[in-house]
Design a binder for this molecule. Sequence first.
Ligand SMILES: C[S@@+](CC[C@H](N)C(=O)[O-])C[C@H]1O[C@@H](n2cnc3c(N)ncnc32)[C@H](O)[C@@H]1O
Ligand code: SF4
Ligand code: SF4
Length: 336
Amino acid sequence: MAERTLDVFLDTVNACNLKCVTCVFSDPRVAALPKYTMPWELYEKVARQVFPQAEYLTLSCLTEPLMNPKFARYLRFAGEFEVPRMEFVTNAQLLRDEHLQACVDARLWRIAISLDGGDAISYETVRRGASWDRLLVNTAHAQDFFASAPHQPILRVIITLVQDNFRSAVEAVRRALQWGAGEVELRETLTFPGIGLQARQLKHHGDELRSVLLECKALCDAAAVSVLILSENAPGLKVDLSGVPPCHALERRVAIAANGDVMPCMLWAREPLGNLRDSSFDQVWNGSWRARLRDQFRRERPLLWCPTCTICKDDPADDDAYFRLLAKPRPLGPFA
Ligand SMILES: C[S@@+](CC[C@H](N)C(=O)[O-])C[C@H]1O[C@@H](n2cnc3c(N)ncnc32)[C@H](O)[C@@H]1O
Ligand code: SF4
Ligand code: SF4
């Protein structure tokens, strides 16, 4: 049995049903990209070669997992590899019984639901294309479903904050606690260039953001629910970079896109390390790339705080890097 040393970030699909203002999917060019799911044959190969080495596995990263029409089957199969910490992050708009049953069957460790707003207006302004009512119906149903199931994943609620929704964060946290969240995460956004996100970020709202975040934290503390705050602008609550460890993308972290590209992390906008269509994971993972990159990692010492990363792009001024991550071509078989 291989040692479980990897944190694996996998997208099984390159598509999303929404165009959140925070996300590369709001780039108008994305709508014209051909949508595809990682073919089952390729997924099976990834699962057999990579999942036994995973200590942590997320089945979604940059995209929406439930856009994969066979996601329940993919999840159930992942469950066979008994990864100690397995989760996926979803907007929950397409969450159905077949997914909930697969969570139970796969003994999913954690399900993360994005709740970017505490009321219909804030939520729907940020989550363009989503319905607040649908979110409430689907999450209430999931709560009932898991309550009577033999296995219940931890619920992680992620609240991503921009100017349009941060004043409703306290309401969002109340809602998350009502849903039975075991973990709440409040985060400011990474900047994806080219989608107008900078103008929505919270740079000039630090003090107000701070009081909102403190209230959110107090609510979670009172409910004994763990809360993670990833802030860049709230005075006194900013991530303390002296406490952030070095990025371990070179050693432990691996991202796999729906076309089979292998990268050190999901924001890796440089050449991929290889592709699993015609190579084995071990060939790619143990290839010469690590030696090539090690010097650069030593020189630049990136921290595992991705907004400050100097490593993941060839050219820091390359504004199209993130679009290219979604624009990878459809993988064509056969898969060796
Ligand atoms: C990219 S989404 C993919 C999963 C799924 N589609 C969803 O939204 O839950 C993963 C998480 O990243 C958050 N997110 C979106 N844009 C972001 C940004 N610019 N910086 C940091 N997180 C962001 C989302 O709110 C979501 O919680
Ligand atoms: S944040 Fe998630 S739901 Fe929103 S557009 Fe991006 S991938 Fe889709
Ligand atoms: S610090 Fe850079 S290389 Fe490391 S995980 Fe973050 S974006 Fe990727």
